[in-house]
Design a protein. Structure first.
Length: 279
């Protein structure tokens, strides 16, 4: 069973990237984020980190912990595969899972990883828009992402970085071989080129993908999202043709001082992915 995991910061284009790959009939359709698996990987990381203090009474060795966690992960993926039979390739997406991609590689060395990257200024501006939607909808502090309503761009910059740091710091050559970064700007502005790169990396044909049409094989009804999820829905983009209209939109949302903060906090990522500075 082939498995491709998609990640990236929230608002970086992860759902769009998933919609492209899930247009292929070899895969599962576009489904909700695999946050359950992220929680499983969080338990594995905790076990590794605090093995002596917390879990050695339950496993014979660290290797035993790793084998158990791998079997648990494989069992979950097999459950998903059965749910979406006859899919021969699983394409699963979750921003939270991105933080555990190195652990996933330990457990599933044959898996592939795609990480969506978007200009941190546009990403953080989009997160601020989510926070504004939460205010207008009356989302309470108990609901996910309520901290976005504070408009603290330094905190949002650290949040953005937290999704990319684990993969960027991972030095395993085998992990790097099975990892690709996909820039949102490239996917939306140079779709044909990026599509060919995705075909080469994933092995999927993607013949049914139509960048000018509605998302194919989508099981998510964005009109029926819960109150907590609705602010995250980009109603002008989700389910529709690929468009690059959101590139550079941060200039309309962030102040000059806020842009400078993001550029300072995310300087290395701006440089690594060739995003030019304006401050």
């Amino acid at each position: 069973m082939k498995t491709i995991f998609l990640g990236g910061s929230p608002r970086s284009g992860t759902t769009l990237l998933q919609s492209v790959l899930c247009s292929d009939k070899q895969t599962n359709p576009l489904i909700r984020e695999v946050t359950y698996l992220a929680s499983m990987l969080g338990a594995y990381r905790m076990g590794k980190t605090y093995y002596t203090d917390e879990v050695e009474d339950y496993f014979q060795s660290r290797e035993d912990l790793q084998q158990f966690s791998a079997e648990w992960t494989i069992a979950f993926l097999e459950k998903v595969r059965q749910r979406y039979a006859p899919a021969t390739c699983l394409v699963l997406q979750s921003p939270e899972l991105t933080k555990y991609f190195p652990e996933l590689h330990e457990l599933l060395p044959d898996a592939q990883f795609l990480i969506s990257v978007r200009d941190p200024r546009d990403t953080i501006a989009s997160l601020i828009e989510v926070g504004e939607k939460m205010k207008h909808s009356g989302t309470t502090a108990q609901q996910k992402g309520a901290f976005l309503q504070t408009r603290d761009v330094a905190q949002l910059s650290r949040l953005y970085r937290s999704y990319y740091t684990p993969a960027l710091k991972e030095t395993s050559a085998t992990f790097r071989d099975r990892l690709r970064f996909v820039k949102y700007e490239g996917l939306t502005s140079h779709t044909a080129t990026v599509l060919e790169q995705l075909r080469s990396f994933s092995g999927l044909e993607l013949q049914d993908f139509n960048p000018a049409g509605e998302w194919q094989r989508n099981t998510i009804d964005f009109q029926q999202l819960s109150e907590a999820d609705r602010p995250w829905w980009s109603n002008e983009l989700y389910g529709k043709a690929i468009a690059n209209s959101r590139i550079g939109r941060y200039r309309q949302i962030l102040s000059v001082d806020e842009i400078a903060i993001v550029e300072r906090e995310c300087q290395d990522i701006l440089h690594l992915f060739s995003y030019s500075s304006v401050s």
